[in-house]
Design a protein around this ligand. Structure first.
Ligand SMILES: [Zn+2]
Length: 330
């Protein structure tokens, strides 16, 4: 009798801290396993599922944790683990590592830390990385960011009027404005939100279709705000761009160091100049409806090494605790 109880108790203890997934319509056990980067048989075993084709909507599944596969002797830690689509990861690397190659990026290391933007469309599952210097090769696990989906209806006439050449040139200018990676971090977070009243109308990472055609994902957070609502700097930075653009209207871009930039679109008015230093809470401009939009709101975007990433992560303390070594040493 004692022996019979032993295994379930151990299993329950091991899974006590594991995340729980509630099955949504249309999901399969195979897809859920892939999204969390765990083998199908492990997910099935952790939940006592015999037939992997039999799951029901609303069923609660315990997700067994995945562990990093590289040797502990490397002295490498990655947080959070597993990585999430569209959210930042901090790599603390051993001495002698100059950069990290991952997701088609080469991320420089400063004070033993590399700040990595996980692309919002990174495939859930294993991804290779290289510690440049010792040339150590390992694998990361990326899990789904749990993003939703929305279709945006565009009138065909309006769509036909869009100037593709201008759109491409504007994107290029935005990416160039942020400039190259720099080792200095201008101010330790957590960041404040750019508006005093925070109400999201479109979340970061939402998969979009335009008239049913695939159109990538929402690269920022849309915040509700009346025309004229003040927009504040979330953290210290330097104004990298302040200009009126075709798609994005009145735009301000702040450079924060470590390849991080924060972008503010569709403003009614800008009150900062390029090259100006700003402190956390300084006024940047006011909410508006300039550029190609249907109504006033703030589109807030954060790019790290050119890659859009969930801005909300920068308002939470977890990321900053891991970046303390960078800010502590000038
Ligand atoms: Zn937006």
């Amino acid at each position: 009798m004692r022996r019979l109880l032993f295994l379930p108790v151990l299993l329950a203890l091991a899974l006590a801290a594991a995340p729980v997934h509630v099955v949504r319509p249309g999901e399969t056990l195979y897809r859920i396993a892939r999204n969390y980067g765990v083998p199908l048989n492990e997910l099935a075993a952790a939940n006592g599922i015999v037939n992997v084709n039999l799951i029901r909507v609303g069923q609660k599944l315990v997700i067994p944790s995945t562990r990093p596969s590289w040797p502990a002797a490397w002295g490498l830690t990655v947080e959070p683990w597993p990585l999430e689509q569209g959210r930042m990861a901090v790599f603390s690397v051993p001495a002698g590592v100059g950069a990290l190659r991952v997701f088609n990026l080469k991320v420089p290391v400063t004070h033993g830390v590399a700040l990595v933007p996980v692309p919002a469309d990174a495939r859930p599952g294993a991804h290779p990385f290289v510690l440049v210097g010792p040339e150590l090769r390992g694998e990361l696990v990326v899990v789904s960011g749990g993003y939703g989906h929305e279709n945006i209806a565009l009138s065909e006439e309006k769509n036909a009027l869009l100037d593709r050449r201008k759109i491409r040139a504007e994107k290029k200018r935005l990416l160039a404005a942020c400039g190259p990676w720099t080792a200095e971090l201008l101010g330790l977070g957590p960041w404040r939100w750019p508006l005093d009243h925070v109400e999201e109308t479109s979340a970061f990472g939402t998969r979009r279709t335009y008239n049913g055609r695939p159109g990538g994902w929402h690269g920022g957070i849309d915040l509700r705000g009346k025309e004229g609502t003040p927009v504040y700097a979330p953290a210290a930075g330097v104004v990298a761009l302040s200009d009126k653009l075709y798609v994005r209207g009145n735009t301000v871009i702040l450079r924060h160091g470590l390849g991080i930039c924060s972008n503010y679109y569709h403003l009614s008015k800008r009150v900062v100049e390029e090259g100006q230093r700003v402190s956390k809470g300084d006024l940047l401009g006011y909410v508006g409806a300039t550029g190609l939009v249907t109504g006033p709101h703030l589109h807030w975007e954060v790019r790290v090494m050119g890659q859009t990433t969930d801005p909300a992560v920068f308002t939470r303390p977890q990321l900053w605790r891991r970046l303390t070594p960078v800010a502590a040493t000038p």
